[in-house]
Design a protein around this ligand. Structure first.
Ligand code: DX5
Ligand code: ZN
Length: 220
């Protein structure tokens, strides 16, 4: 089993010091940078657009993992690709022509992902396994950082892991929302490839310690 990767979510960083925050997690060994885009419509909150993404692109080599929580994802694919996104997840609940949208992301040279809300069944993936690079399983209802992990999502992951192994072993499983050291062990055992963590990383002044705890590594 390969080492789980960790994607700190900038939603939880000190935005007044965003450059320092990005550099701190990169120096501490983060694997990706998760970028939560909210439109005040698909979710109740508003966050960042392609402008901040492009600015962050200038100061880090980390892959930028863009999570679009928006109603009009199709209109934002090109702007985020131009802003330097390496990966873009769209919500199955928000996109009407999922096949077309995923193809569009890939044509832009970006790895496409599908995000699923906690209440969305995994069956919506049935026809798109060959098109995706990753599945972003939400373990909170999207819109805010710092929420509690919804335990029922573990059952969903327990079904999704074997299905992924059978149908598309190269597709990465990503979990997002309320991830912390206390639940990371079970997520790793369930075959999750990437843990998105906002509060658990940026809420700890020692980012190296936070990343190690999520990976289940010893710290000195
Ligand atoms: C929720 C976002 C998550 C969230 C993660 O809508 O998609 O990425 O900010 O933050 P924590 O780890 O604090 O739940
Ligand atoms: Zn997210």
């Amino acid at each position: 089993m390969s080492r789980v990767r960790v994607a700190p979510s900038l939603l939880a960083c000190d935005l007044a010091r965003v450059a320092d925050e990005v550099r701190s997690v990169e120096a501490a060994g983060a694997d990706l940078l998760h970028f939560d885009v909210m439109d005040g419509h698909f979710v109740p909150n508003l966050t960042f657009g392609p402008g901040l993404c492009a600015a962050v692109r200038q100061i880090t080599k980390l892959p930028l993992d863009v999570h679009l929580m928006v109603s009009n994802a199709d209109e934002l694919l090109e702007p985020f690709a131009q802003a330097g996104a390496n990966r873009i997840a769209v919500h199955a609940e928000a996109v009407v022509h999922l096949n077309r949208t995923l193809d569009h992301v890939r044509a832009l040279g970006v790895t496409p992902g599908v995000a699923l809300n906690p209440g969305t069944p995994v069956g919506v993936l049935d026809e798109v396994w060959p098109l995706v690079g990753f599945i972003l399983v939400m373990s909170v209802n999207p819109g805010f950082g710092g929420q509690h992990f919804i335990p029922g999502v573990l059952d969903k992951l327990a079904r999704l892991g074997p299905e992924r192994d059978r149908r598309a072993p190269a597709v990465e499983l990503v979990v997002d929302g309320g991830v912390e050291a206390a639940n990371a062990a079970v997520l790793r055992r369930l075959g999750v490839d990437i843990l998105v963590a906002g509060t658990a990383v940026f809420g700890d002044s020692d980012r190296g310690r936070a990343l190690a705890a999520l990976r289940g590594e010893e710290t000195r």
